[in-house]
Design a protein around this ligand. Structure first.
Ligand SMILES: [Zn+2]
Ligand SMILES: [Zn+2]
Length: 53
């Protein structure tokens, strides 16, 4: 309960990372080797937020 929610380590992703992981999804984890402008995690709101920035 005191665990702090980390943000996904993907630079273009705004999703919270899954417990025990630095990323919110496999998509983001695999994308770490590639500089992605947008996120492909598919989480609602993520792509919208990325384009709004
Ligand atoms: Zn994302
Ligand atoms: Zn992510």
């Amino acid at each position: 309960m005191a665990e702090e929610t980390k943000k996904c380590a993907h630079p273009a992703c705004i999703c919270p990372a899954e417990p025990g992981s630095n990323y919110c999804s496999t998509s983001c984890r695999e994308a770490k080797d590639t500089i992605e402008i947008s996120c492909n995690c598919g989480h609602p709101g993520c792509e919208l937020a990325a384009s709004a920035a």
